[in-house]
Design a protein around this ligand. Structure first.
Ligand code: ARG
Length: 578
């Protein structure tokens, strides 16, 4: 099914064409205030201006709106069309038409949402942990938001290529490998379980011990020249780190697998050509011994792509990766889920690649930046002792606290069921707390808030979903047979409010893919749950007589399926029973 916005757009476009003889975007939007109907077309004001310019005569936008309405053919769709203010056209949908549409949505696996007309090849760069370092809360946002976007874009029909740009290359590997060699020469069992202290140890020795420093530097040269023994040590470090983060991905229910990894090392051979090509194009120049691109002019911070004395940088790798993504992977959209503090870096990388002609026209490059996760004290999130918080500890605590909530609430479930629910609620709460905030802003991480049973939280939505499912379980117990109805009757204002919202699901997904902001989907699902509550408190379902009962069951069936698909797209579990 076409979205309602798309249908209205087409009809209004036609009416504008017939009435005024021009092609124009009718500017359809969802009405903010239900008093004014369900949808608005806002084009009359702009059209009046354009026509006035063309004819040299003053035109009244309300008159333009009237002319459009006179030619508008909405068939069964609208109950009324009216003009408000300077020339807004308001459309109120008819309850009969909406009820039919809902029934059609029930017939479809995709709830009546068409895939996009022109699917794109989209690269999503997310998570990107660093080797020999523990995954910390900073990577959490990238991983969670990135994964939700991957799910939404794929559902929309895009071909999504996940890229985990792990930090697996660079001079730090010299000291890490030297440390590894010493430990194994001493016969110490190399246990990288505590990656962080291994890293700290190597760093300290590099600073204190001249001989160690020399060997570390030699290792860098050996690694870069492809010495097999050094490569083997390097691979071991990568492998051990992956053993650490892959289970966390699994626990988070994130789609990333080792096949999605294309770490910095992958681009090693492409770095020299990147620098050479930028020089040849006259974009890069020598500056104090280093090679740099002055993309914003000579007095602005340059993008350094080769250090003085040789050696490439983070930016050089990103340039190579971007060129690879557009020329080899043929991405039409490249999305980076990276901390807002790297905004300038990405601006410069994008601008340089465009100037170099590596980005075909129409390809979009987007840094989906996010703010910092803060503790309840308003400072960057840390442990009570002030250290960086480990992700694993955070998830453990969320799960424990969720278990307490679940035990209080669901008395008649088995211990195993409760355990599974605690996992779904704990992990879901952490993910949802992040997804439900506009990613641009910093946000405060609070266990109490995210596990609260009322408010815009995962457990609230999970309970709402389980509650609807429980109505169907009760229906079955009472021997009430249900098959999705072919028409849903919408009489009470509570039914209408719920129905209107259900028809907008596809439009919200479009918004999420356009703005790369999953919080729109969260707000939508939260709003859906509160409208469901309003409906359920006021409209009896199982107690009603036919055909109302089946019609209402259809309405809540669609509600449950929308919640379930919505939570799936956010990567959040939703147990059928809680
Ligand atoms: N590994 C980097 C970090 O931890 C993030 C990499 C993000 N992706 C990219 N293409 N630069 O900060």
């Amino acid at each position: 099914m076409q979205s309602i916005t798309a249908q209205l757009s087409a009809s209004f476009r036609q009416a504008i064409q017939t009435a005024l003889g021009v092609e124009a975007d009718p500017l359809i939007s969802v009405s903010q205030n239900p008093k004014f109907g369900d949808y608005q077309a806002n084009a009359a004001m702009g059209l009046a201006k354009t026509l006035a310019q063309q004819t040299g005569q003053k035109t009244n936008p309300r008159q333009i709106a009237e002319q459009i309405i006179a030619k508008l053919e909405l068939g069964e769709m609208a109950e009324s069309v009216s003009i408000a203010g300077p020339g807004f056209i308001n459309v109120k949908l008819s309850a009969g038409w909406m009820g039919q549409r809902l029934a059609q949505m029930l017939q479809s696996d995709r709830l009546g949402i068409d895939p996009v007309e022109s699917p794109q090849k989209v690269v999503v760069d997310y998570s990107a942990p660093n080797i020999a370092k523990e995954l910390h809360v900073g990577h959490l946002r990238s991983t969670i938001i990135g994964d939700a976007l991957v799910r939404v874009l794929s559902f929309q029909g895009d071909e999504v290529i996940r890229q985990n740009h792990i930090g697996d290359w660079g001079t730090q590997f010299g000291m890490l490998i030297a440390n590894l060699q010493d430990l194994s020469a001493q016969g110490t069992r190399i246990d990288l379980k505590d990656l962080e202290s291994f890293y700290v140890q190597a760093k300290k020795r590099f600073e204190d011990d001249e001989d160690f420093q020399k060997r570390a530097r030699q290792n860098v040269v050996k690694l870069q020249s492809g010495d097999p023994a050094t490569l083997k040590d390097w691979q071991m470090l990568v492998h051990k780190t992956r053993e650490h983060y892959q289970p966390i991905y699994q626990r988070l229910g994130v789609l990333l697998t080792p096949e999605d990894e294309r770490g910095e090392s992958f681009y090693n051979d492409m770095l020299a050509p990147v620098v050479a090509d930028l020089k040849a194009a006259g974009l890069a120049e020598q500056s104090q011994g280093a090679t740099a691109v002055f993309i914003d002019g000579p007095d602005k911070t340059p993008l350094i792509i080769e250090k003085s004395g040789g050696g490439y940088l983070y930016a050089t790798t990103d340039l190579a990766a971007l060129r690879y993504r557009t020329s080899t992977l043929h991405a039409q959209r490249v999305i980076y889920l990276v901390d807002a503090r790297q905004s300038q870096h990405f601006q410069q990388v994008f601008a340089t690649a465009r100037k170099a002609g590596w980005i075909p026209a129409g390809v979009s490059l987007e840094h989906a930046a996010f703010g910092t996760m803060l503790g309840e004290d308003g400072r960057p999130f840390a442990t009570r002792k002030g250290g960086t918080a480990k992700l694993k500890d955070l998830l453990d605590e969320a799960q424990q606290r969720a278990a307490a909530v679940v035990t209080n609430k669901s008395i008649d479930l088995s211990d195993e069921q409760k355990h599974q629910i605690a996992i779904a609620v704990g992990i879901g709460a952490v993910k949802y707390a992040d997804l439900s905030k506009d990613r641009i802003s910093d946000y405060v991480f609070s266990f109490d808030k995210m596990l609260s049973l009322d408010g815009n939280t995962a457990p609230y939505l999970q309970y709402a979903h389980a509650r609807v499912r429980s109505i169907f379980r009760r229906a079955e117990e009472r021997g009430i047979a249900y098959t999705p109805p072919s028409q849903i009757q919408l009489d009470s204002p509570h039914e209408l409010a719920l129905a209107q919202h259900l028809t907008r699901f596809g439009e919200v997904l479009e918004l999420v893919s356009r703005e790369l902001k999953p919080h729109h989907l969260c707000s939508y699902l939260y709003d859906l749950s509160t409208r469901f509550s309003g409906f359920f408190e006021n409209c009896p379902v199982l107690q009603s007589d036919e055909p109302v009962r089946t019609s209402r069951l259809g309405l809540i069936d669609l509600t449950a399926r929308t919640l379930s698909l919505g939570l799936d797209l956010l990567g959040i579990e939703h147990p059928p029973q809680m």
